[in-house]
Design a protein around this ligand. Sequence first.
Ligand SMILES: Nc1nc2c(c(=O)[nH]1)N[C@H]1C(S)=C(S)[C@@H](COP(=O)(O)O)O[C@H]1N2
Ligand SMILES: [Mo]
Length: 376
Amino acid sequence: MKLPAPEDFSDRVRAAAVTARVGTWLGVCFVIAFGTGLISHWAQQPDPAVTFPTWPAWGYRVSQGLHVAAGTAAVPLLLVKLWAVYPQLFRRPPRAAVAALTDGLERASIGVLVSASLFQLATGLANTAGWYPWPFSFRATHFAVAWLAVGGLVVHLGVKLPRIRAGYAERLEPDRAPGVGLSRRGLLRVTTLASAAAVVTTAGATVPWLRRVSVFAVRSGTGPAGVPVNKSAVAAGVLEAATSPAYRLVVAYAGDEVALTRGQLEAMPHRTRELPIACVEGWSAQGRWGGVRLRDVLDLVGAPPGRAVRVTSLQGKGPFRATTLPADFADHEDTLLALTLGGEPLDLDHGYPTRLIAPNRPGVLQTKWVCRLEVL
Ligand SMILES: Nc1nc2c(c(=O)[nH]1)N[C@H]1C(S)=C(S)[C@@H](COP(=O)(O)O)O[C@H]1N2
Ligand SMILES: [Mo]
């Protein structure tokens, strides 16, 4: 069997004029996804050197929405880019030793870039669907491979800069002949359309006015009080403890403890705040939360401001059963122990008897079914 050569593939639309342009959009998507990915990683760090800001309240919602939209838009772009350049795989290596070495190194760097890109888009997409069919930690791995992808991208841009320039200098339709199938311009149009369609049919998970057209959005606008549910009370195994008359919220500081019933929480000064739940998986929803200020509860045990708080759930196991709330968030005016959502008593699935809701915080850290607050 004889291996094909790059010339054996139709190269009418597989031109540098096309790959340079598709590559540019792909690069833009990757830069947005990388930047917002770093923000999300920072927001979820247990003990970062610089605490994540509490302002603006919608910041994480917008940043994570952009992250998922950029990754989604990148899927058709990457597929078209790979289709356009894969004949280059069959390029014969040069004979001269030094040239063969640089050729090999360049292929290796593209190998890293392509595998890292495919890995990021595949795991990211699975994550937006709440599907984790792998044994490794999603966040740590997605973060590590992001550096491989960006490193590979920088090398790739450096090596290909002359070719990218040439691609932009080349006309899109040098050989426009009628009836020869898709033109270069046509391929670019279809690619743009596919990318836009991918975003529009999914972004309703976070952009309310896109909900009706976002047929592929995983969670949008459904759930008690119009807010989706990530993990139900049954799935978390808290049904009994959350509805038991023996439920207490224990607040602890320096050996002192106070135990509060839900009724006692309800009797405290009540506040209402508009704050989003913004899941790392890409969906988000604004809610009108009512409840008591966390700071007011901490005052009951005489906890001074400036302390981080360990927040623990009734949930027995799972990575999200406890979180540490940095001092800036614990002391914030808008950080509540929610008792109501949308004017109704908090649903069991949203964290009844009470759940944490703080501004500009990833959903994964907004602990539900809170039963213990420990001032550190
Ligand atoms: N105890 C507990 N709290 C939790 C979770 C959980 O699994 N267990 N999931 C978190 C995640 S990932 C999100 S996005 C939000 C979603 O809140 P909701 O289900 O009320 O919309 O709750 C967070 N709080
Ligand atoms: Mo989440």
